[in-house]
Ligand binder design. Structure first.
Ligand SMILES: [Zn+2]
Length: 179
């Protein structure tokens, strides 16, 4: 999924979860950043660190990563579990971006084997030198955004509409609270 859809759907879902399981008020900016955390981590690894990675979806695009982040945040403060939900939702929301089988294998890594090739890391692959790697991969990632299909763009539009609805209802409830 694209940036606005991740933020929009995650903010929408976490605010609904919070209604069912009462928690301290959530910080929307933190939810937005956490909803993009798997892309931030894996894109950085893909561009700058792992020359053998084949795509920008790596370890942070697994349920295991989301669970580790969720446990770590809950250990720091028990109210932060809701922020730990965001990276897990990211992995689930990325489902339409690839075939169900490859999504399931990667998301559930290492349940069906700890082979790093499941995550698209192939140490036998020919690597580029670092400057070429960085420029080629940044170009690939940018092109992927601009070459998104109508299906992805409609998902993005859905995320933007949720964000507009979310902030309109929030500003209305804030103005009602004022004396
Ligand atoms: Zn992603």
């Amino acid at each position: 999924m694209l940036v606005m859809s991740h933020i929009g759907y995650t903010l929408g879902i976490t605010s609904q979860v919070q209604k069912v399981i009462p928690n301290k008020p959530i910080n929307q900016l933190t939810v937005a950043v956490m909803s993009l955390l798997p892309d931030i981590v894996d894109r950085m690894l893909f561009v700058f660190v792992l020359p053998f990675a084949e795509s920008g979806r790596l370890f942070a695009h697994t349920i295991l990563f989301g669970v580790i982040i969720c446990i770590a945040l809950t250990t720091i403060s028990r109210h932060w579990w809701i922020y730990g939900l965001a990276p897990i939702l990211h992995v689930i929301l990325d489902t339409p971006m690839e075939s169900p089988l490859s999504w399931m294998k990667r998301a559930s890594w290492p349940i069906f084997g700890a082979d790093l090739q499941i995550l698209g890391v192939d140490f036998k692959a020919k690597s580029l030198d670092i400057p070429d790697q960085i420029t080629t991969r940044i170009t690939d990632l940018t092109n992927a955004y601009f070459e998104a299909s109508w299906w992805y763009l409609s998902l993005e539009l859905g995320g933007i509409l949720i964000l507009i609805f979310f902030f309109l209802t929030r500003s209305r409830s804030c103005s009602q609270e004022k004396p």
